[in-house]
Design a protein around this ligand. Structure first.
Ligand SMILES: [Zn+2]
Length: 266
């Protein structure tokens, strides 16, 4: 699942390519918007809000926002006219065309077109955005600690508490802070430090294509624990554990070193 930094970078690329251009065509391959045609409207900009993408199209009475989410498998690609797509056409959910670019949203988990004024209804539930212009550490701390008995690994993954942390950074952040992912939030010694670290990690990775938390961007060396179960901890050699965590039907894989992240806290 793409993390907040990947979504931020996707927004940047879409913004650079499309903003100021007039759409020469649009193609919505989702039933609710199959007949919608945005040709002739200018693209005003694309921003990320947590892991959501907002592409603003048209002005005045015609101002709409294309709200998309990459969810598990989604991606946006930009192609020059005549360039073959790198994913199968049947996975395309949205195609936006300008004179210079074709932007294709593949396997998007969510596609909707809203009146611009309704953006808040779509993303207003999100907690402070780690990469947003209005990042608010204290509000994020307040939300994360509002349910003191909740395991920290669940609390920081909940986008209503803080927006931008996906499953990979959840595991990596718990490792970096020495926190057992099942530790109740009330026993986390310094939630502020955890969220500051989250912001540092996402900021450091937002312009990179190869994400790292170890400082080494080479594949296989770039992460401490994520998807490294049954392998030795890079710090202490203990076998990394993997299990699922979260409420029923929303369980997500979690990875941790039982020595560096002892149960019951450090
Ligand atoms: Zn360890």
């Amino acid at each position: 699942m793409p993390e907040g930094d990947t979504v931020w970078r996707t927004a940047l690329h879409l913004d650079k390519a499309l903003t100021g251009e007039v759409l020469t065509g649009s193609d919505f391959r989702v039933p609710a918007f199959a007949t919608l045609d945005l040709a002739g409207r200018p693209v005003v900009g694309t921003v990320a809000r947590g892991k959501h993408l907002l592409t603003r199209i048209g002005e005045g009475d015609e101002a709409v926002t294309l709200h998309t989410h990459l969810k598990m498998e989604g991606s946006w690609h930009l192609y020059r006219e005549g360039t073959p797509w790198r994913r199968p056409a049947h996975q395309a959910r949205v195609v936006l065309r300008t004179a210079s670019w074709t932007a294709v949203g593949f396997s998007l988990g969510l596609v909707e077109v809203l009146p611009r004024a309704d953006e808040d209804a779509a993303v207003g539930h999100l907690g402070p955005d780690l990469l947003g212009p209005d990042w608010d550490l204290e509000e994020a701390v307040r939300r994360v600690t509002a349910d003191p008995g909740r395991p920290v690994g669940e609390a920081i993954l909940d986008q209503r508490n803080v927006a931008g942390i996906g499953n990979m950074y959840k595991s990596e952040l718990c490792f970096l802070l020495g926190l057992d992912p099942w530790l109740p939030v009330r026993d986390v010694p310094d939630v502020r430090a955890l969220l500051r670290q989250a912001k540092r990690v996402l900021e450091a990775n937002k312009t990179r294509t190869a994400q790292t938390t170890t400082g080494d961007t080479r594949r296989g060396k770039n992460l401490w624990v994520y998807r490294r179960d049954k392998q030795p901890c890079r710090r202490c050699g203990t076998t990394i554990k993997g299990d699922t965590q979260g409420p029923e039907a929303q369980e997500r894989a979690t990875y941790w070193c039982p020595r560096c992240q002892p149960a019951g806290g450090t």
